[in-house]
Design a protein around this ligand. Structure first.
Ligand SMILES: *[C@@H]1O[C@H](CO)[C@@H](O)[C@H](O)[C@H]1NC(C)=O
Ligand SMILES: *[C@@H]1O[C@H](CO)[C@@H](O)[C@H](O)[C@H]1NC(C)=O
Ligand SMILES: *[C@@H]1O[C@H](CO)[C@@H](O)[C@H](O)[C@H]1NC(C)=O
Length: 623
């Protein structure tokens, strides 16, 4: 499953070979040693680095004025400014920000948590923890005893007792579970007793009907108050009584019968487009795309990232994303109970932890220790390599899968075919009336030629179903449209400036590594993660719609189109790439995942406690 990075440092090998070649060349053309005297070490280096891919930046040409993306980037700058202005520097101010945003007293041990965060030089902004409250608030609507007992009795779980972790599951080894236990363990010495039921599948699992969750949310609102400091219970109970008594196994009923869309939309608000949408059953046809502007966009580009990601608001996603077309596995429940996982859809009720894939050192996910060469040494292009995952693709549904669609849409050959032939492309559409006002209209051949100058996307495995046992790389139904490329370690992908990141079977585990890299992540997803309120679209990464109609406009904005005399914004791309990296190094560190987990588990432990309504941290000198 995992790629191992070559043991020899690649760049070093390249330099070494280049140096050998260069020396050989000198022996051949310049036997006169006086010529070789000019071969100083710095000379060597510049000769070698001039072998780096030539920059085709079109910054010499004027870019289009008043581009919609200029506006979005400017707005993003303001949004980040507002976030940064909320930074707090001491526990008093942090607690005050907590009360303002959450309407309650901070949980017991808030001071220890703050000390931990401060010891690890965290940038402290209360909004960074919003996801915790999205996930946990409905649990105020059910009795503490119920949560505690369900959690204790669930088969797969991580537990903290007396500051130490243990785990329980059904098989010998589950790598993700081990990683999560390690992550929780890294802050366990400060934690009260808790049980965390863990989702051991990739897919998210809990969809409680919206109306039921709304009822819990109403109860949460009624219970929400700032308890007077003098009334506060400032410590947690423990789970000894529960452990001694024991509770019968808790096995919520998981439904394994798809399709998933009808099971999932019950989690959307009643007035949302998804609840009213016609339910598609046939995915064998071309996808329902127009190539026009996505709903809610700003002149075609993502302006509300929450909206762009939301299947509740974009009912067409039922036929445009493998999660709904045909997931690999479905095991979903309507039972409201605490289940921890790494990502979820907006209609799911899981409690998010930082994903185990972000905690591992495995370079397949982490990208390794190096984060890429300097911007100017990179190719002015986009690279994507990955499996054709997203769900179980088959002859009768592959045209609706997101990774297939993305690869086809940036494949200049398939685009050229779409431009020239009578037949519409099988899995995407090209707009005929150039709504994005591209320099080369998608209906002319020059458009495909332009694509060829910057795009390099390919699948590394077609993941056909059923698989041909004689040739696992052959797929009768997709072979004509895709060529399989060898896998490429992330650090080699960093040789390109633009790194699109597209959902697989659930969220894409490489996102954090992409953010940490010196290249620019271009992100489409329907999944939520722990870090969502920490990242500002257009400031730290470039958001795109799940239909991908905007990808061409985005690439023209950054790269320009030299043939057509339109310049790009290479400098801005570099600023977002490097700004995103610097930001990731501030707010997405391993320490930040620990701080998030620490806070999450203090809140969760309070929710599981019989005295939760009067529990909180008492500020010294108050009450
Ligand atoms: C924070 O650092 C101080 C000083 O090194 C140490 O005494 C304390 O235990 C640390 N607290 C936490 C919660 O990390
Ligand atoms: C963005 O979209 C979400 C989801 O539909 C909505 O709740 C929110 O109000 C929107 N935000 C803005 C600023 O329009
Ligand atoms: C690009 O599209 C052409 C035509 O559909 C196909 O033959 C080729 O294999 C595709 N390339 C990749 C990298 O998938």
């Amino acid at each position: 499953m995992l790629l191992s990075a070559p043991s020899v440092n690649n760049r070093f090998t390249q330099l070494f070979i280049a140096a050998l070649l260069l020396v050989g060349l000198f022996w051949y053309i310049a036997p006169d040693l006086s010529a070789a005297r000019h071969l100083s070490i710095p000379g060597f280096h510049s000769a070698v680095s001039s072998k780096a891919p030539p920059s085709t930046s079109t910054n010499a040409l004027p870019p289009k004025v008043n581009h919609p993306i200029d506006h979005l980037i400017e707005e993003a700058g303001k949004e980040l400014g507002v976030l940064l202005a909320k930074e707090t520097h001491n526990v008093h101010d942090a607690a005050q920000a907590y009360r303002l945003r959450r309407g309650r007293q901070p949980p017991p041990y808030f001071d220890k948590w703050f000390a931990f965060a401060q010891n690890h030089s965290a940038l402290m902004v209360e909004d960074f923890f919003d996801q915790i409250y999205t996930d946990l608030n409905p649990f105020w609507g059910v009795p503490a005893k119920q949560i505690r007992e369900q959690a204790n009795a669930f088969l797969h779980r991580i537990s903290v007792r007396d500051g130490k972790t243990t785990q329980r599951t059904d098989i010998d080894e589950r790598p993700w579970l081990n990683l999560w236990e390690d992550m929780v363990g890294s802050v366990a010495e400060w934690l009260p007793d808790v049980d965390l039921p863990i989702n051991v599948m990739d897919e998210s699992r809990v969809v409680v009907p919206w109306e039921e969750v709304d009822g819990y949310m109403q109860k949460e609102l009624t219970s929400r108050k700032e308890v007077d400091a003098s009334q506060l219970k400032t410590d947690y109970g423990n789970l000894k009584a529960l452990d001694e008594k024991g509770v019968p196994a808790f096995e919520p009923v998981f439904d394994g019968m798809g399709p998933y869309w009808p099971l999932a939309v019950v989690g959307c608000p009643p007035e949302s487009p998804a609840r009213k949408a016609y339910i598609e059953a046939d995915f064998s046809t071309a996808p329902p795309l127009t190539g026009g502007f996505p709903d809610g966009s700003y002149k075609g580009y993502v302006q509300n990232w929450t909206l762009a990601k939301s299947p509740c608001d974009n009912s067409a996603l039922q036929g445009l994303h493998g999660t709904f077309v045909e997931p690999i596995s479905i095991a979903t429940t309507k039972t409201f109970f605490p289940l921890f996982g790494g990502s979820k859809l907006p209609m799911n009720n899981e409690i998010l932890l930082p994903p185990a894939m972000y905690w591992t050192d495995d370079p397949f996910y982490s990208g390794g220790k190096e984060h890429g060469q300097p911007w100017d040494k990179k190719k002015d292009g986009l690279i994507w390599r990955g499996a054709a995952s997203g769900g179980r693709n088959k002859a009768e549904n592959w045209k609706r899968f997101q990774r297939h669609r993305f690869v086809s849409m940036v494949n200049s050959t398939s685009v050229a075919l779409a431009v020239s032939s009578e037949a519409a492309p099988p899995n995407f559409v090209l707009p005929s009336d150039n709504p994005y006002d591209l320099a080369a209209s998608p209906s002319e051949t020059a458009f495909a030629d332009w694509l060829a100058t910057w795009s390099d996307a390919a699948v590394v495995h077609l993941l056909c179903f059923p698989e041909d046992p004689a040739d696992r790389q052959r797929c009768s139904y997709t072979n004509p449209y895709f060529s399989v490329a060898p896998a490429m370690p992330m650090k080699e992908q960093y040789a390109f400036k633009y790194l699109p990141d597209i959902d697989g079977n659930s969220f894409s585990g490489r996102y954090r590594a992409f953010l940490y890299s010196t290249s620019l992540p271009i992100k489409a997803t329907i999944y939520q993660e722990w870090h969502d309120s920490r990242l500002v679209p257009w400031k730290h990464f470039v958001p795109i719609d799940n239909g991908f109609a905007d990808i061409y406009g985005v690439m023209e904005y950054f790269l320009g189109n030299e043939e057509k005399g339109v310049g790009g914004h290479d400098r801005i791309a570099r600023e977002i790439a490097m700004g995103g990296k610097a930001w990731a190094e501030k707010v997405l560190r391993r320490e930040d995942m620990q701080i998030y987990t620490f806070r999450l588990l203090l809140e969760y432990a309070r929710l599981c406690d019989e005295d939760r309504d009067r529990m909180g941290w008492r500020e010294s000198g108050v009450g």
